[in-house]
Design a protein around this ligand. Structure first.
Ligand code: GUN
Ligand code: ZN
Length: 438
């Protein structure tokens, strides 16, 4: 039987709106306690309540009763090349980059090394229920070939790009305005819209690009308006002062990107923790997007992202693990950190807010909500299958849960990769925890 044409019985949860945007949170999602999902040719063909005659109607029915299926998680910010230096001790952003990050990224000049880590990372994403990601490579074009090749082997919807950086890093990691432009252009021609892959133009952050490089980056962006832009903004106080001092003609950090034509609906800015009023307005006005990376923000001591401010201003936000400054590949663990980041600001992240952020919110942040992040008919069948309880503590807590939202909240706070039973990409089961030991 083709795994691409299949029917699954389970509980299903997916969002149809941002819980922050609807009158009552219950209007934001659909839940089927005993549901049936039909997949045809990698797309969702049907989602409804399970009926008694379905077992006869679908002889190949996959019975996952008791498990919870959601759209696969979407990680809107990760540096795959930083995996081996995850949890590097003691530094904040700028010192952390110099001490740990740059030496590690140097190794991706070697394609075989890049292949090895790319394969590891793709497996790790799937094992954590993440089916799509927006990924930083390194300055080396072959680092992007490596991650795209591994993603293509699983038919994942993945967006990635080569870092552009021509100053303020070790010589061995620098490109030039011309080589950064030419190499990025060649990668766009090679990979953008090939299968489910898309390209993101990737200036690391303003401090590591000269004005000449940002000018050519803006030119490339204008030549390929369908591609993405990914970069960092306003993560750390010292970084902000440095960026502003390097571009004194600009009104602020975010304005540097605006000045060079790099903002807009397909531009994703990581962190954006310390934005000014003007910068919040500029985010709204340009419909630019933020990747919220709570684990990283706490690990590097960067600060607390004001998520409620973003929803008030209707700025789209996705969830990012930001490995290796983030300390986990798990969107569940990252949501647990997000909850705590909001608590420290007197704000709340409900389970619905959280799971929205990790699914439809991420898809909307990437302008892909017509394809992923949802179980709506016609969308791509990327799924995460969750066990409600994977530990004794989780089991005890779940047995004490009052209602669906309470169960989801406990899952969000206590869950991790042990709760991921299986992951499907375009209708294919690409990870199954039950088969691991076989
Ligand atoms: N800003 C510029 N580069 C990086 C990076 O690699 N990680 C984080 N967290 N912030 C950055
Ligand atoms: Zn980052």
């Amino acid at each position: 039987p083709s795994a691409q044409n299949c029917a699954i019985r389970a509980s299903f949860l997916h969002f149809i709106a941002n819980p922050a945007d609807v009158a009552t949170p219950a209007d934001s999602y659909q839940y089927f306690a005993d549901g049936l999902l039909v997949i045809e040719n990698g797309l969702i063909a049907e989602l409804r309540d399970y009926r008694a005659d379905d077992a006869a109607k679908y002889p190949q029915l996959q019975d996952r009763s008791g498990q919870l299926i959601m759209p696969g998680f979407i990680d809107t910010h990760i540096h795959y090349a930083q995996t081996e230096m995850i949890a590097a001790y003691g530094e904040q952003l700028l010192e952390w980059l110099d001490t740990y990050t740059f030496p590690t990224e140097q190794q991706f000049a070697d394609k075989h090394y890049a292949d090895k880590i790319a394969q590891f990372v793709i497996n790790e994403l799937l094992k954590n229920g993440t089916t799509s990601a927006l990924v930083f490579g390194t300055v080396h074009p072959q680092s992007v070939d490596a991650i795209f090749e591994q993603a293509a082997a699983k038919n994942m919807r993945l967006i990635a790009g080569k870092v552009m950086m021509d100053r303020h890093a070790p010589d061995y990691l620098l490109d030039t305005p011309e080589s950064g432009y030419a190499e990025s252009k060649a990668l766009i021609e090679k990979w953008h819209n090939r299968g489910r892959l898309q390209y993101a133009i990737t200036p690391r952050f303003a401090p590591t690009s000269s004005a000449e490089q940002l000018t050519l980056t803006g030119k490339l962006r204008a030549e390929y308006p369908d591609t993405y832009v990914q970069t960092h903004v306003s993560e750390n106080k010292n970084e902000i002062e440095w960026a502003k001092s390097l571009f004194p003609e600009c009104r602020g950090y975010f304005d540097i990107y605006q000045h060079y034509g790099l903002t807009g609906p397909k531009s994703i800015f990581s962190h954006a923790i310390h934005l000014t009023e003007d910068e919040w307005q500029a985010f709204s006005a340009t419909d630019s997007v933020i990747a919220f990376c709570p684990s990283s923000n706490m690990f590097l001591g960067s600060g607390l992202f004001p998520l409620k401010r973003a929803s008030r201003d209707k700025v789209r936000v996705g969830l990012g693990t930001d490995v290796g400054a983030g300390t986990s590949f798990s969107p569940l663990q990252t949501l647990c950190d997000a909850y705590k980041v909001l608590q420290l600001q007197g704000q709340k992240l409900s389970a619905l807010d959280g799971f929205y952020l990790a699914t439809l919110g991420g898809a909307s942040a990437l302008s892909l909500s017509d394809k992923i992040g949802t179980l709506a008919v016609g969308s791509e069948a990327d799924l995460v299958v969750l066990n409600w309880a994977a530990t004794e503590v989780q089991q005890l807590r779940m047995s004490n849960a009052k209602n669906l939202e309470d169960k989801l909240f406990a899952l969000m706070m206590l869950g991790d990769d042990r709760n991921i039973a299986a992951t499907y990409v375009a209708g294919h089961c690409v990870y199954d925890a039950a088969n691991l030991s076989k």
